[in-house]
Design a protein around this ligand. Structure first.
Ligand SMILES: [Zn+2]
Ligand SMILES: [Zn+2]
Length: 259
């Protein structure tokens, strides 16, 4: 699978404009040049800066509707650009009802709601959405993490965003070996009250150990961190130094990986 990190920042990053420099945009990840995981108001600039061929993007999958992960206007803009096939937007059922497709875009954008706990396909990928520990203002909406399987059978666990995952959710993953895991490290190595809805490095170290003991990950698992808050995470070189004792590395905007 090929990953391109279009944004690795939590919600507290200001919009950097067309060039991200040493900053971070809100989280978004491009899979195999075709599937966008999260699309926010900063994502179009990232696609442009990192020279992505947007006509190849066929699916957008959203884990929850907070504005640092989801911007419907940006998605409509993307859909309205020239494309050979319609863009499919996958939204959790509780959120989907709030975003009817505008009439003028019905040929370019289609909505495909998914249900928490029920697998669905995205092109040749398999997605399993499971409940995250991340409060939503509307009780109808459920934030989810995604366990993905690519067309070659490789797996990726995308944990944005939310704090310590619910036990029921972890039990759903326990028999799956993970090739790649993208942790949520909003709080960095700090200990702030944000840990009750987000993770810090110490929490991830415990989760990582529990996953390792179950055989879900090993030394070959690629472990990266995203959703890094500006107020808790220092610039990339210092963050890398802070995370040296841990088995996970911080991602950065524009990071591209084939694995
Ligand atoms: Zn977020
Ligand atoms: Zn959120």
């Amino acid at each position: 699978m090929e990953l391109l990190f279009l944004g690795t920042g939590a919600a507290d990053w200001p919009h950097p404009g067309p060039k991200v420099g040493d900053n971070r945009r809100n989280c978004s990840l491009l899979l195999n040049q075709q599937i966008l995981l999260d699309c926010n108001a900063m994502t179009l600039d990232a696609l442009n800066e990192f020279q992505v061929d947007c006509s190849r993007i066929s699916h957008i999958v959203i884990g929850h509707s907070h504005s640092d992960h989801f911007d419907f206007d940006s998605i409509c803009t993307l859909a309205s650009q020239p494309r050979s096939t319609a863009l499919t937007l996958h939204l959790e059922a509780g959120s989907a009802q709030k975003f009817p497709i505008p009439d003028g875009l019905s040929g370019n954008l289609q909505l495909q709601p998914f249900t928490t706990g029920e697998e669905f396909t995205v092109g040749a990928w398999q997605f399993q959405p499971d409940a995250a520990n991340h409060p939503m203002a509307d009780p109808q909406e459920q934030a989810v993490h995604f366990l993905l399987q690519d067309p070659d059978g490789k797996t990726l666990l995308y944990l944005l965003d939310g704090g310590w995952p619910p036990e029921k959710t972890c039990l759903r993953w326990q028999h799956t070996y993970l090739n790649v895991i993208i942790w949520e490290l909003t709080v960095g190595i700090e200990t702030a009250f944000h840990i009750f809805s987000h993770c810090n490095a110490q929490m991830l170290a415990i989760l990582e150990t529990a996953f390792r003991q179950r055989g879900m990950i090993d030394a070959n698992t690629l472990q990266l961190c995203s959703h890094l808050a500006r107020r808790f995470c220092p610039p990339q070189p210092e963050l890398q130094r802070q995370l040296q004792p841990y088995p996970f590395r911080p991602a950065y905007d524009g990071m591209k990986i084939s694995c």
